[in-house]
Design a protein around this ligand. Structure first.
Ligand SMILES: [Zn+2]
Ligand SMILES: [Zn+2]
Length: 293
């Protein structure tokens, strides 16, 4: 499997000299399976530079899996150039919104409305298909199996596990480990505690034993109390998750947009001083880096 990071920034693009080392584009991961299928995880602004590299490989069939509908994970989609060229194919996968009942197609068509984007969907010349996914129902992409896993975020967010020829990867999308919203003295506390433990366990089971985990580490432990409930993890929760799931390599991503390269490296080494995991490499995700295994 080959993985390349094209966007590792959370919430809003943050280009400029202070973020040039890790990159300012929002979430996008490019994956090539052993039998040559192209899987793209999220269509943040990183999908635009990725698209430039696909021009010479056209016609392409891109399988684009969307974790959730927040802007930083979809903003680049209308600028994915292969969509404009006849002969290309894009299959776009994502969750159905449980509140509105809207399919992934209906959700993404909002951003293509003429008032927001100057090109009409009918002018996109590639063949585009939409597939709404259900939690736990795997889809086959060539030899690979992609399994959506419900994570914890203010809107429905699927993490994805990809298994391909004995290799595996898990991407959390945006995820904050569930916590008890009740006080210990509240009647609901015990029942709720059982529910969240069950939920965290079921995520861990799906993540278990993957070679590569890419996880949302937006905040430090010190920043977290002020951001609790915003739907993002911390350096420590990601390292804990990687240890519990016995993964071989952990990439921390969704870097806080206000954190420049220096500050990012500083908080990262501080968290590694606190703890490391035997047998697991821990790195910051960085734009342009290729991981092959
Ligand atoms: Zn995000
Ligand atoms: Zn989000």
């Amino acid at each position: 499997m080959k993985l390349r990071f094209w966007g590792v920034r959370g919430s809003i693009p943050s280009p400029g000299p202070k973020t040039v080392r890790y990159g300012g584009n929002t979430t996008c991961l490019e994956i090539w399976t052993d039998d040559g299928e192209l899987i793209i995880l999220d269509a943040g602004t990183g999908i635009f530079p990725l698209a430039q590299t696909l021009l010479e490989k056209m016609p392409v069939h891109a399988h684009i899996f969307n974790t959730h509908s927040h802007w930083d994970h979809i903003q680049g989609l209308p600028f994915f150039i292969p969509l404009f060229v006849p002969g290309n194919k894009a299959t776009i996968y994502g969750a159905c919104d449980p509140v509105s009942g809207n399919s992934i197609e209906e959700i993404l068509q909002v951003q293509l409305q003429y008032r927001f984007f100057p090109i009409r969907e009918s002018e996109l010349n590639a063949k585009i298909e939409y597939v709404s996914l259900r939690e736990g129902e795997s889809v086959s992409i060539g030899n690979a199996l992609v399994t959506p896993v419900l994570m914890n975020h203010p809107v429905v967010n699927f993490g994805y596990r990809i298994d391909n020829a004995g290799k595996s990867l898990f991407f959390t999308g945006d995820h904050e480990p569930s916590y008890n919203i009740y006080e210990p003295e509240d009647d609901e506390h015990a029942m709720y505690q059982m529910l969240i433990e069950q939920k965290n366990r079921s995520i861990l089971e799906r993540m278990c034993g993957v070679d590569v985990l890419v996880a949302d580490a937006s905040y430090t432990e010190d920043e977290y109390p002020a951001k609790k409930g915003w739907g993002h993890g911390t350096f420590d929760t990601c390292i804990q998750m990687a240890e519990d799931a016995k993964v071989r390599q952990l990439f921390l991503t969704h870097h806080e947009p206000t954190r420049d390269d220096e500050a990012l490296e500083a908080v990262f080494s501080k968290s590694l001083e606190k703890r490391t995991i035997q047998g697991c490499e821990i790195e910051l995700a960085r734009e342009g880096v290729l991981v092959e295994w």
